[in-house]
Structures are given as C-alpha cells and as structure tokens.
Design a protein around this ligand. Structure first.
Ligand code: GLU
Length: 472
C-alpha cells in the first residue's frame, strides 16, 4: 500500500512551496488508494514558532487535504510529532555506532570553528579515531557529545528518483553530519530516515534541496537494514527567473492569499499547476478531479514561476461560479472593512460586483467611485460617442431630477421616454444621468443599477449636487 507523508517543520507560516508538497503527497496517495500521513518535524527547538502547528492543521483541513494519520487524528504509527519520539532515535543511533556507521564526537565549538577558519569545508572525522570503549567511557562520565554519521571516504552513491532519474553523488561531497545533537534530539538528517521507515512511508515527496543529501539517508537505510523508499523530488517555485519564492518574502503564504481575497479552492488549484499539469493541460481543476488525474508523468523537471496575475484569473473563474448567496457571504467581511459602504444595500451591491471580482480585495477598487463622487472631475460628462458635456448636463439635470423623484419605480422606462420626447439617443440621457449620479466613467453597473444601489434619497442628493456643480 502506498503511504506518503507531509513532514513540515513548525517554523512559521505555511508557504506556497510547503502547501504544494503537501498537495502532491496527498494526491499521490489518493490516486493510488493509499494513505497520507502528517508528521510534525519539531526537533529544531530554536526555530519553533508557537502556533505554527495549529496553523498547519487548520490549513490542511481548510484546503481539504485530509490526512489519514497524524498528531491530532491518531494512527497506528504514532506519535506523529518528532519531539515525542526522542528515545526512538537514540536507540537506532547506538546501533549505527556498533556497526561503525556512526561515531561519538566530542569536538568543542572552538575546535570546529578553528577547522572552519583554516579552510576546511567539512568535518575532518577527528573523533572517528577514538576507540569505541574509550568513547563510551567518556559518554558515561558525562562529557558532552554528538553522534555523527560515518560517510565512506570514497565511492559514488546512486539512486533513482522517480522524476529526475538516476542521481549520482560522490561520497567525497558529503559530510559526516550530526545525527544526534548535544541536547539529545535528532537532526532532521537522521529523524527523517527513522520515521519514514517506522511509519512505513513508501514514497518520499519533497523539494529538490534534498536531492543531493538523499545518498546520506540511503546509507542509513542500508546500514540499518531498512528498505529504501521511492523518492520524488520537486523543483522549487520561483518568484522570478532568479529568485525562489521564500518564506522570508512573506508574499507567499496561504494565509496572505486568503486575506487578499483568494478562494481556497482556487489557491489549491493554482498551486497544483506549479510543477504539475494533467495530460490535456486543463487548468481549472477541483481537488476531486486532481485526485483522478494526478500522476508522476505530469510533474515538471524545471522550476515554475509563481504568477499572481494568472492566479487572479483562475480565482475569478471560481468567483463567477459562486451562488449569489455564497458570493455575498464571502464578500461580507471585506465590506465590513470599508466605511463608506455602510448603509448601502450590500446584497444588491454583491449582484453588481460578482462578475467583476477577481479577488475579494478588488471590492475596495470597484467601489472607490462611491466616496470619490464628492470631488469628481466634471470632464467625466464629456463623451464623444454620446456628444455630451457639462453644458448639456446643466440643461438636462433639472428634468432628470424631477423625473427621478416622480418615477422612481419605473426609472429606466422614464429615462427612455424622456430621451424619445427630446428626440435624443437614450445613451446620451443615460450617460448624463449616470455621471451625475456617480461621478465616474467606469461603474459596476449602468445608470439605473447605480440608482438602485444608492436608493431614492441618496440618488436625488447626488443628482442635485451634480447640478449645483455643473451650473457654476
Ligand atoms: N521538515 C522538512 C522540511 O520542512 C521536511 C522535508 C521532508 O519532507 O523530508 O523541509
């Protein structure tokens, strides 16, 4: 049975790259009818950020990436939090020491710093020469130590990545990394191997930053007599041709996109396309469709560039599909942040904005004309097609005000009848009316829709205000 895992470190927000790894691991398991597991890798105590674990749970739940096993859902292979498995790792590290695949190291910080200063690019295996009995006696006597992996001095290791094919790394390029730190906690380099084995992970899916350290992990699998998993490495997501999207830029977090007014389904959909595409290159895909279509053959060998414009476009497709009720419910918190919308018929506003919304923070721009009315530029009355200008507005507005007051219920027909009576094009009357009402050339709806939005009283106030201004 296929078992994949998402193994985030709780060091902050869940960025786009992390979410994509989770998504692919989820999709791979679902497609194969396997299990998807969440494991929290929290052994780096210094980088731990309070609240980050809850954020991971919440985001996976919200996006629909349900995991079959994990810290908060249980499972037969727990605990699923590395800090709760501390003793497990030490036991395996001691086995590696017995077989000569790891060794105790007592080097001081000063010695390591000196080594570095003298130009060494990696640890010099200094403590490997300490006889094991002596090392054990020093450990028993309470001397601080770490446990290091003993990488062969020579040779080439190779393995097959399911995306990149054969990967060869010279042992000479690898370092005797620390497996167990002086605080007794394992490093990532060690814990990932032990846990992936003990949790029965069959396919390890993670970023290409691990491509060249995987031989170290393979040495550990082999030394412990564990079966190696299959590897699927994913190319980074880039901000542009040169720069990776990074947590540090803060522009790439799931929560930020939600705050900007992206819908979770659109975020998941867009992120899926950053490194994978289905055979028919379809772009709008639900999670259920992706579960059907996902496959390694669609995974890209090159990096993808995050394109927010494209993500906005994709989001707009999801917005258009919402029912008017769900659009309105989703828009409400965004309305609440905008003072000048108070008192307006927001359900009606929603019907005007839905087809024009790419992301929900667009609401601010789409409605900016409302307060801008108070200082609008009278040049807005000038329209070549309809042959309108402020002079014509000054002439027509008294009639339009009376007409609005008397015919509020049948306003559109009344405006059309007025145009006919004056022998002018309807468009001309509507233009003057809409500009006088809104002060804006571009509005999310026509003349009578804008009047409906403002209501009779405010519409009359606006028309009279415009009359005052054009008559000056
Ligand atoms: N904790 C590692 C990280 O967040 C996980 C890498 C892996 O999937 O093995 O990068």
């Amino acid at each position: 049975m296929v078992r994949t895992r998402f193994a985030p470190s709780p060091t902050g927000f869940l960025h786009v790259g992390g979410l994509r790894t989770a998504l692919y691991a989820y999709l791979y398991a679902r497609k194969a009818g396997g299990k998807f597991i969440l494991r929290i890798e929290d052994t780096d105590l210094e980088r731990y950020v309070p609240g980050a674990v809850e954020l991971i749970y919440r985001t996976l739940r919200e996006t629909g990436l349900t995991y079959d096993e994990g810290p908060d859902v249980g499972g037969d292979y727990g605990p699923y939090v590395q800090s709760e498995r501390k003793n497990v790792y030490l036991e395996y590290a001691e086995k590696l020491i017995e077989s000569g695949d790891a060794y105790y190291c007592f080097c001081s910080k000063e010695r390591l710093a000196k080594l570095h200063e003298d130009g060494a690019t990696k640890y010099d295996k200094h403590c490997l020469s300490i006889p094991l009995a002596e090392a054990k006696a020093r450990v028993a006597a309470g001397e601080p130590y770490v446990i290091r992996q003993n990488i062969p001095k020579e040779g080439v290791s190779s393995y097959t990545d399911l995306v990149f094919g054969e990967i060869k790394v010279d042992y000479n390029d690898l370092e005797d990394n620390i497996l167990i730190k002086s605080d007794g906690y394992p490093t990532y380099n060690f814990a990932n191997v032990i846990d992936d084995h003990l949790m029965g992970i069959t396919h390890v899916i993670r970023g290409t930053e691990y491509l060249s350290s995987t031989p170290k992990y393979n040495l550990l699998y082999d030394a412990l007599g564990f079966e190696r998993p299959q590897y699927i490495h994913l190319q980074p997501i880039m901000r542009d041709a040169q720069h990776k999207l990074s947590k540090r830029h803060g522009d790439a977090n799931y929560e930020d996109f939600i705050a900007k007014g992206f819908l979770k389904d659109a975020i998941v959909n867009y992120i899926a396309l950053l490194g994978w595409s289905p055979k028919d290159n379809r772009e709008k895909l639900s999670l259920a469709e992706m579960e059907e279509l996902f496959g390694l053959e669609g995974i890209s060998k090159s990096a993808s560039i995050f394109d927010e414009t494209k993500m906005r476009w994709l989001n707009s497709l999801y917005v258009k599909e919402m029912t008017p009720e769900s659009y309105h419910a989703y828009a409400r918190p965004f309305y609440e942040k905008i003072d000048y919308l108070k008192g307006l018929d927001l359900a009606y506003l929603s019907t005007l904005l839905q087809s024009r919304t790419e992301v929900f923070t667009d609401i601010a721009n789409l409605t900016a004309f409302i307060p801008a009315f108070e200082t609008y530029d009278l040049a807005a009355f000038e329209n070549q097609k309809w042959k309108t200008d402020t002079a014509l507005a000054a002439k027509m507005l008294p009639d339009l005000i009376t007409l609005t007051d008397k015919n509020w219920e049948g306003l559109h027909d009344a405006l059309a009848a007025y145009a006919e009576e004056k022998g002018v094009k309807k468009g001309q009357v509507l233009w003057i009316f809409r500009i006088a009402l809104t002060g804006s050339v571009v509005t999310p709806g026509g003349a009578t829709e804008m009047a409906t939005l403002f209501g009779k009283k405010e519409s009359l106030r606006r028309l009279k205000e415009s009359l005052k201004r054009v008559s000056k």
